[in-house]
Design a protein around this ligand. Structure first.
Ligand code: NAI
Length: 247
């Protein structure tokens, strides 16, 4: 297994689904995890749960607000001394066809999914530069590559994350900081739970493996990308999608 014991990771959207699975996988191998979420209760429960081996500490923060992110990251740095790994995972959907999409639905999704990642990255890069080590992992989506009906706001935010990944990777490559994007396909979480059975069946037909993935499938790649073994991989978007997209 990868030797990441004693490293510190900041994970946004840590309270549920993919962020929670990455938190669990990281804590299990001795990474200290600072987990950000909007609601306090689930992350406080995680602090007290055996599954996180005493390595999890929760913080509430709305990542779309730059000032809040700056304050939260200062608090995390005070508590842990360093942040080695950043997982920009928090994301929301506000699905509807473009003609019906309100400015509010557009702004909310872009503010959390894309600006939130920018806010976290910008505030974490300086301490990573000082430490001469860093792993930044953005959680995108296959739809950011393919497009998807009824998700113009979400798809634009995820395509934007791929661009953010490439630019940040180029700026930081010489400093031993890698930046990559994981693009999951359909993963069983609260986000996909709300889809109708009809839509789920339709989606399964577009997946060669004919099933949805699990949050742990995404966590496995997040573990590898954080490791020394992945040190020569940067600026990439890697899909975890049961074969939906084959380049
Ligand atoms: P989820 O809905 O289960 O969890 C979202 C998390 O984000 C929660 O912890 C929530 O507290 C946090 N969050 C939301 N708004 C926030 C804000 N303003 N500030 C701080 N935290 C906030 O989501 P899920 O399914 O685990 O998805 C995680 C990421 O993976 C998202 O970026 C999503 O777009 C992406 N993804 C998910 C797929 C899926 O099939 N579930 C497929 C492709 C990508």
């Amino acid at each position: 297994m990868f030797d990441l014991k004693g490293k510190t990771a900041l994970i946004t959207g840590a309270s549920r689904g993919i962020g929670r699975a990455i938190s669990e996988a990281y804590c299990e191998i001795g990474i200290h995890v600072a987990g950000i979420a909007r609601d306090i209760t689930p992350i406080k429960d995680m602090e007290n749960s055996q599954s996180y081996s005493g390595n999890f500490k929760g913080y509430t923060c709305d990542i779309s607000v730059g000032k809040n992110v700056k304050e939260t990251i200062s608090e995390v740095l005070k508590d842990f001394g360093q942040i080695d790994i950043l997982i920009n995972n928090a994301g929301i959907t506000r699905d509807t066809l473009l003609v019906r999409m309100s400015e509010k639905q557009w702004d909310e999704v872009l503010a959390i999914n894309l600006k939130g990642a920018f806010n976290c990255t910008r505030n974490i890069v300086r301490p990573m530069l000082k430490n001469k080590f860093g792993r930044i992992i953005n959680i995108g989506s296959v739809v950011g590559i393919m497009g998807n009906t009824g998700q113009a706001n979400y798809v634009a935010s995820k395509a934007g994350l791929i661009g953010l990944t490439k630019s940040t990777a180029q700026e930081l490559a010489k400093r031993n900081i890698t930046v990559n994007c994981i693009a999951p396909g359909f993963i069983n979480t609260d986000m996909t739970e709300k889809l109708s059975e009809d839509i789920k069946d339709q989606m399964k037909k577009s997946i060669p493996m004919n099933r949805f993935g699990s949050p742990q499938d995404v966590a496995s790649l997040a573990l590898f990308l954080a490791s020394d073994e992945a040190g020569y991989i940067t600026g990439q978007t890697i899909t975890v999608d049961g074969g939906m997209i084959m380049n």
